[in-house]
Design a protein around this ligand. Sequence first.
Ligand SMILES: Nc1ncnc2c1ncn2[C@@H]1O[C@H](COP(=O)(O)OP(=O)(O)O)[C@@H](O)[C@H]1O
Ligand code: SF4
Ligand SMILES: [Mg+2]
Length: 336
Amino acid sequence: MTEPVLSVRDLSVSFRSDTRTVHAVDHVSYDLHAGEVLAVVGESGCGKSVTSMAVMGLLPPTAHITGSVRLGERELAGADDKAYGKIRGKDIAMIFQEPMTSLNPVLTIGRQIGEVLRRHQGLSKKEARARAVELLDLVGIPAPAQRVDEYPHQLSGGMRQRVMIAIAVACDPAVLIADEPTTALDVTVQAGILEVLQSLRERLGTAIVLITHDLGVVADIADRVLVMYAGRPVEQAPVDELFATPRHPYTRGLLSAVLRPGTPKDRLPEIPGLVPSLDTQPDACTFAPRCARADDTCTASRPGFRAVPDENGAAGADATHRAACWHPHTLQETAS
Ligand SMILES: Nc1ncnc2c1ncn2[C@@H]1O[C@H](COP(=O)(O)OP(=O)(O)O)[C@@H](O)[C@H]1O
Ligand code: SF4
Ligand SMILES: [Mg+2]
């Protein structure tokens, strides 16, 4: 297999103030290959955004970050703002939930796309404008030659998100992180944005980290899924395997909530209780208070993030399916 374009190892982030420490991310690891879509899922407050902001070097100085973030050959953990300034928007880029807050209302969209191209690729004004038109076309904006001179308020929410994607991919970054990119949009508009992400992966080979709490979206677009709970990775698997044979009780809860139409997206009736406070790092499974399978082992020691046993009881040799659970569901149970 080729080398990953992004490799995250034991990434931990805590926020320290005078009164408390919040352990927002606790030993997260993943690899991302060219053209691959990794979905990161979990309830609100589980550390999905903070993980990505740490990868992007966008956290405030109160964040204490440990672990490794390798983008190709480069180690990014500990890089300063100047070093990040050279790679952000060029080699790795991020889009957010609310495109309006990220766009400058007083500049045309052509100028905003062009700015990235001029900074990182040294294009002239004229060249940047021409490339901006191409990029608007790439992200599916009709009549791009006219639209390039419009201002953000002249565009719909879906079109603004397409502009954000155009800015993010202007320099053909190896990695695009999309943090809930469709959450603020209507369902019909969401599908169009996901199509754009799909086409980027196919046409440019962009590797994508897609953060979402919508497992329906995951089924459509992801290759692999990382499930996070209370700052920790709890399960990772190829998408079909995760949906067919979820091993961690939390993943099973997430999936059963999705399979019931009408479930509010931010509530999981299948899993009573709430994500715990992140003020402590218990040497225990943090899901235990909500888990029907919890026993003394679960409350006395933290389960490792290990390859799950296959039907013969052996851990898969390639370890593509991992779970942090003392008593993962067996294949027989997941089939029922
Ligand atoms: N700048 C910050 N200072 C202190 N705590 C933060 C900060 N940013 C996020 N957190 C905390 O980190 C935890 C994880 O947040 P986040 O990654 O945004 O969750 P998610 O994206 O999964 O909803 C939350 O408890 C949140 O309150
Ligand atoms: S380790 Fe124990 S409490 Fe945690 S998810 Fe597994 S069975 Fe449940
Ligand atoms: Mg978030």
